[in-house]
Design a protein around this ligand. Structure first.
Ligand code: PXL
Length: 270
């Protein structure tokens, strides 16, 4: 009986309004039927209008949180989200480099959709140098993929090129999420490059809504949950894309402005 239930972990920031960060991850874990744990790296004060303050956790406290989980639990897959700066990235790298938690999905959180910086510019290279080589999958959005690859991503060929460039930096699998910053887009197309060299595009219709906080967090934490339950990387990515799409499509009325997505959504809703 000991530690048999499927367990997963997020190493991420807390978002006070519950729409993104560790809160979105834990809700996703619950929705996907796995036991979720959270190591907090930072906490932001925010609501549906935006982020108004943030503090980083002391690195010794981050180390102690990770140690307590290592000492007791059997984590099958985990993700990282907001890591704030190079010191935190370094602390997390040191704590997970012996691969204690199974599959590693790295969501390279840089900036929120509304412009709040969640990773210092000076820390991009630390993320690449230290954590990329350990990752089973990275899930940059369009903006993050541009920053991390140094390419403009003006067409599909450039997106494919960026994925290959990012894979040379160490992550086994790459998912570059499609552009969805303007309402003229009909389809959001993500590009996936797998470890064995196979690749595919996944697309979903663009949903016209302001309730998209926590979308990237939900996608990556759903992938974590599905990997932990035994799905292949390809299937976990496809399941997560559908779950996230449904959570965006079936909007819930919370907050005045850029509200959360709907983690109550069920798989059979289309
Ligand atoms: O969705 C990106 C994100 C990640 N982590 C935290 C956040 C946000 C966006 O608001 O607050 C803590």
């Amino acid at each position: 009986m000991l530690n048999e239930f499927t367990q997963v972990l997020t190493i991420a920031g807390s978002d006070s309004d519950g729409s993104a960060g560790a809160q979105a991850d834990l809700k996703t874990f619950m929705a996907r039927g796995v036991y979720g744990m959270s190591v907090l790296t930072a906490a932001v004060a925010g609501n549906s209008y935006g982020i108004h303050d943030s503090v980083n956790m002391p690195v010794s406290f981050i180390e102690n949180q990770i140690k307590d989980i290592k000492d007791d639990f059997k984590v099958s897959a985990f993700k990282t989200g907001m890591l704030s700066d190079s010191e935190i990235i370094h602390t997390v790298t040191e704590a997970i480099k012996d691969k204690p938690f199974g599959y590693f999905v790295l969501d390279p959180v840089i900036i929120t959709k509304h412009g709040a910086m969640l990773l210092e510019t000076e820390a991009y290279q630390t993320l690449i140098d230290e954590l990329f080589p350990l990752a089973d999958l990275i899930t940059p959005n369009f903006y993050e993929a541009k920053k991390l690859s140094g390419l403009e991503l003006e067409n599909k060929e450039e997106i494919i090129k960026a994925a290959h460039k990012l894979r040379k930096l160490g992550p086994k699998n790459i998912m570059i999420k499609g552009e969805h910053s303007d309402d003229s887009i009909d389809e959001v197309e993500d590009y996936v490059l797998l470890e064995d060299g196979q690749s595919f595009w996944i697309s979903e219709p663009y949903v016209k809504t302001e309730h998209i906080n926590g979308t990237g967090d939900t996608l990556s934490s759903c992938i974590v949950a599905e990997l932990a339950k035994g799905q292949s990387m390809e299937d976990a990515i496809k399941t997560a894309k559908t779950f996230t799409y449904n959570a965006i499509k079936h909007e819930i009325a919370v907050g005045h402005k850029y509200g959360p997505i709907n983690h109550f959504v069920k798989d059979d809703i289309q």
